[in-house]
Ligand binder design. Structure first.
Ligand code: ZN
Ligand code: ZN
Length: 131
């Protein structure tokens, strides 16, 4: 029963959090809700929830594995090079089949955009003007 509550808490954290989060981030949110919950427990529930299809893994090159709620519509990710947070980009450039040679079959695509989020972009601008 305790396990179920922990699993539900972790699923709720991902549902309330729009953007993909790492296991240590989930752990820090979970500790506020379930005092004393260990990181190994968080990893275990993340694994089980992923296998059950209730949450989805987000694997980006050179990044720690993140998790997000399952069932989001097709979307892509933006990695902030300042704070390392990952944001969802809703929408898509559309059909990428025109990039692919004749006779090739496209199954899916991933698109990751790198840059600075609004806050980090503003901080960079502030640094430049000496604020
Ligand atoms: Zn940022
Ligand atoms: Zn797309």
């Amino acid at each position: 029963v305790r396990d179920t509550r922990q699993a539900r808490t972790i699923r709720e954290i991902l549902e309330q959090h729009g953007e993909p989060v790492t296991a240590p981030e989930v752990h820090s949110y979970a500790m506020a809700l379930v005092p004393g919950i260990g990181i190994a427990t968080v990893y275990r529930h993340l694994h089980h929830l992923t296998v059950a299809g209730e949450i989805a893994r987000v694997e980006l090159p050179g990044q720690p594995c993140r998790f997000e709620r399952a069932g989001k519509p097709h979307h892509h990710h933006f990695v902030c090079q300042g704070c390392q947070r990952v944001f969802d980009l809703m929408g898509c450039l559309g059909d990428l089949r025109s990039l692919v040679p004749d006779g090739f079959e496209v199954i899916k695509h991933d698109l990751t955009v790198y840059g600075h989020c609004r806050r980090c972009a503003a901080e960079n601008a502030g640094t430049r003007v000496g604020v």
